[in-house]
Design a protein around this ligand. Structure first.
Ligand code: XMP
Ligand code: MG
Length: 171
């Protein structure tokens, strides 16, 4: 398998700063709960919150999707839920990549059941090739059309997550 550089550490970092200032402006009177989806979003979340200039809280969830391989089945359950109460709070879900959109829309539905003031979505990558719904990504780092991406949290069978840049994997 070959990796081809797509987004360098510098490119990711400057885009992350832009998103962070946009979010800081939009939430200037609020104290959002930033919810990272484990494991993929850890690096992106860690980097983006440190560029924000507003008070915020951080929590994580973990979702398991039934089904195997590189695509998602849309049948999702949380294997780790929220620990911070979010009732009447603004929530921002942070994801590494949105592909079919099924995982994040299910997660968003589950979060909604807890009565937050709002739920917005921030994803580093918006991969549109296989989108199956019209989920709104409120804060999007990069749009890509296709390809399997690894690095900066993104994995292939738990490999490559630790890489500083994002690559396209050529099978
Ligand atoms: P959805 O439900 O939006 O699922 O199809 C998103 C999840 O699918 C995985 N995924 C990827 N993981 N590189 C990855 O490392 C990719 O290019 C990719 N496309 C989809 C990922 O787990 C994400 O949370
Ligand atoms: Mg993921």
């Amino acid at each position: 398998m070959k990796q081809e550089l797509l987004f360098s550490q510098n490119t990711i970092s400057s885009r992350t700063k832009e998103l962070a200032s946009q979010i800081s402006a939009d939430y200037s009177e609020k104290e959002p709960v930033i919810v990272g989806v484990l494991n993929g979003a850890v690096f992106f979340l860690a980097d983006i919150v440190r560029e924000m200039t507003i008070p915020l809280k951080i929590d994580f969830i973990r979702a398991a999707s039934y089904g195997a391989g590189c695509s998602s089945s849309g049948s999702v359950r949380l294997t780790k839920g929220l620990e911070i109460p979010i009732k009447d709070k603004p929530v921002i879900l942070v994801e590494d990549i949105v592909d079919t959109g099924l995982t994040l829309s299910k997660i968003s539905d589950i979060i909604m059941e807890q009565g937050p003031e709002s739920v917005k979505i921030c994803s580093l990558i918006d991969k549109q090739e296989r989108r199956e719904n019209n989920i709104v990504i409120d804060y999007c780092g990069f749009q890509v059309k296709e390809g399997f991406l690894v690095g900066y949290g993104l994995d292939y069978d738990e490999q490559y997550r630790y890489l500083k840049d994002i690559y396209i994997l050529r099978f």
